[in-house]
Design a protein around this ligand. Structure first.
Ligand code: HEC
Ligand code: HEC
Length: 207
């Protein structure tokens, strides 16, 4: 199938460009300043097992995530490459510097890579997934999200959104289009069970 191999060539090229971009130096955000900006985020991201409603799924965990990816995700909500009303409103009020700072605060200490995978990977989790998301779900560079220990229902929701085009990302859209509902559940459960785990930011009692 020539069209298929073309697609892989294209994907490989995108991956290489992405890795090259991730390699360029960038100033880290200011976590102290990010803490001020981040108070409002904790209303949802700071409560363990807090749920989005209509449809119902868990608000993603951010502690341990790559700050570069958090910034990229916020830019996608702001630019409407990701459709989500609340996150559009939240990200629209942030400058690029605000995003860097709040990402540094919310991410905290980035998860270490390298742990052996937990359990047996479902068929659709291939070496290609690991090439970006790591063997145990810890993204190999900052722009690739860490999936290890993320809420499985959120991961499943994200894959469905790539499938529907409500999240526009050429790489993930192409992968997601090849998945059945059963594949999506198996993938989400697998990554949700990986170690070490992403965590929920702890909201201070006085908030
Ligand atoms: C009213 C609840 C709510 C508030 C407040 C909120 N979020 Fe979110 N956030 C969500 C939900 C729900 C999602 C998942 C959206 C989706 O399905 O794409 C999300 C997604 C995200 C993601 C994507 C995570 C990933 O793994 O891709 C980031 C990053 C994020 N939020 C950061 C923030 C920041 C920073 C703030 C504060 C400026 C904030 N959020 C405020 C509910 C909220
Ligand atoms: C070339 C690198 C690359 C490959 C290969 C790849 N991904 Fe991704 N993945 C990404 C990027 C980048 C994102 C974030 C895209 C965005 O901006 O929404 C992502 C997002 C995701 C998300 C949503 C994470 C979140 O927090 O919202 C899941 C789940 C996921 N990928 C699973 C997979 C699976 C399963 C495979 C293999 C079939 C795979 N990915 C292959 C780079 C990759």
């Amino acid at each position: 199938m020539p069209s298929m191999s073309n697609q892989w060539v294209k994907l490989a090229a995108i991956a290489l460009v992405a890795v090259a971009l991730a390699g360029t130096a960038r100033a880290a955000g200011d976590a102290q300043r990010g803490k001020q900006i981040g108070y409002t985020c904790l209303g949802c991201h700071g409560i363990e097992n807090y749920k989005n409603v209509y449809p119902t799924y868990s608000v993603p965990k951010l502690v341990g995530q790559h700050p570069e990816y958090i910034v990229a995700a916020l830019q996608s909500y702001r630019g409407k490459q990701r459709s989500h009303g609340t996150m559009y409103a939240q990200s629209s009020s942030l400058s690029d510097q605000d995003m860097e700072d709040v990402a540094a605060y919310l991410a905290g200490v980035v998860l270490p890579a390298g742990a052996a995978p937990t359990g047996t990977a479902p068929a659709k989790v291939t070496e290609l997934c690991s090439a970006c998301h790591g063997a145990n779900g810890v993204g190999i560079v900052g722009i690739y999200p860490t999936l290890a220990g993320q809420h499985a229902d959120y991961l499943a929701r994200a894959l469905v959104e790539y499938q529907k085009g409500d999240r526009k990302n050429p790489i993930m859209g192409s992968f997601a289009s090849q998945l059945s509902a059963a594949d999506i559940k198996a993938i989400a459960d697998y990554y949700g069970a990986q170690r070490p785990v992403l965590k929920t930011v702890l909201r201070p009692n006085w908030l």
